[in-house]
Write a protein that binds this ligand. Structure first.
Ligand SMILES: Nc1ncnc2c1ncn2[C@@H]1O[C@H](COP(=O)(O)OP(=O)(O)OP(=O)(O)O)[C@@H](O)[C@H]1O
Ligand SMILES: [Mg+2]
Length: 239
């Protein structure tokens, strides 16, 4: 039996900043419908891997493929149009656009596509955004901004949704709301690559986990395997 073509394939990615190399041959595949977590301590290369995937950083070696197509030389906006959406670290909400304007400005109404993320469906996942529909970005709490950043990413109907630090800096009750939302997205079949420091929560959410250490993949496996081997946690995950 042959394995299906991955939605995303990173083959031997090398990347860095100027003279300092950060990624040393990253291999990462994501199948359609999978939720994959990218784990590792601070500075191990998680965000750099994501920046390379979305075209914000050009790899110095290796290749990223999306639905079998090489992304080499493509600009971030062209890559986004292929169906890749990122919720970046820091959210990047526009201070003077309303919630509703954010959700309409980037919307991709792929005609003929069923189950697209229109306003009603985004508001169903985040009732809070509906309540805040006419508020400006700079009037939102951190949690509301993160919900908006996720809603905005969904409005493009991404084939792959990437979240870097999904719940960073949020109050516990808001974090739980984000985890619930991500579980809802997973149940709806959304393919997700997620970074977060709450590994316990990721174990409950993701199908598969990939651990980075100094720019290399040092382990990957499913949640049962990660749960069963606490030496992985002490070696690669806890501070
Ligand atoms: N813009 C940059 N210029 C130079 N070096 C950078 C830059 N961004 C990151 N680095 C370095 O690259 C390495 C990997 O950083 P990266 O941000 O990918 O780590 P991370 O795993 O996302 O960490 P964190 O958990 O802190 O977000 C670190 O040594 C970091 O200092
Ligand atoms: Mg990071």
């Amino acid at each position: 039996m042959s394995t299906p073509e991955p939605l995303l394939r990173c083959r031997s990615i090398e990347a860095g900043y100027g003279a300092s190399q950060v990624l040393f041959g990253i291999e990462l595949n994501i199948q359609p419908g999978e939720v994959v977590s990218l784990l590792g301590r601070n500075g191990m290369g998680k965000s750099t891997t994501i920046k390379t995937i979305v075209g914000a950083l050009a790899p110095t070696g290796g290749e990223v493929y999306f639905e079998g197509q090489s992304l080499r030389g493509m600009r971030p906006d062209a890559i986004a149009r292929l169906g890749l959406a990122i919720v970046p670290e820091g959210r990047h909400v526009f201070p003077n656009l309303t919630v509703r304007e954010h959700l309409l400005a980037f919307a991709d109404n792929r005609n003929g596509l069923r189950d697209t993320w229109d306003l009603a469906r985004i508001y169903a996942v985040f009732p809070r955004l509906k309540e805040r529909e006419n508020n400006l970005g700079n009037q939102l709490s951190g949690g509301e901004q993160q919900m908006l950043a996720i809603g905005r990413a969904l409005s493009t109907n991404p084939r792959l949704l990437i979240l870097d630090e999904a719940t960073e800096g949020l109050a516990p009750v808001i974090r739980e709301e984000i985890w619930r939302c991500l579980a809802t997205l997973k149940a709806a079949g959304q393919t997700i690559l997620v970074v977060d420091k709450y590994v316990h929560r990721l174990v409950g959410l993701a199908n598969r986990h990939v651990i980075l250490e100094r720019g290399r993949v040092v382990w990957q496996g499913d949640s049962d395997a990660l749960n069963a081997d606490r030496s992985l946690w002490s070696r690669y995950l806890t501070v």
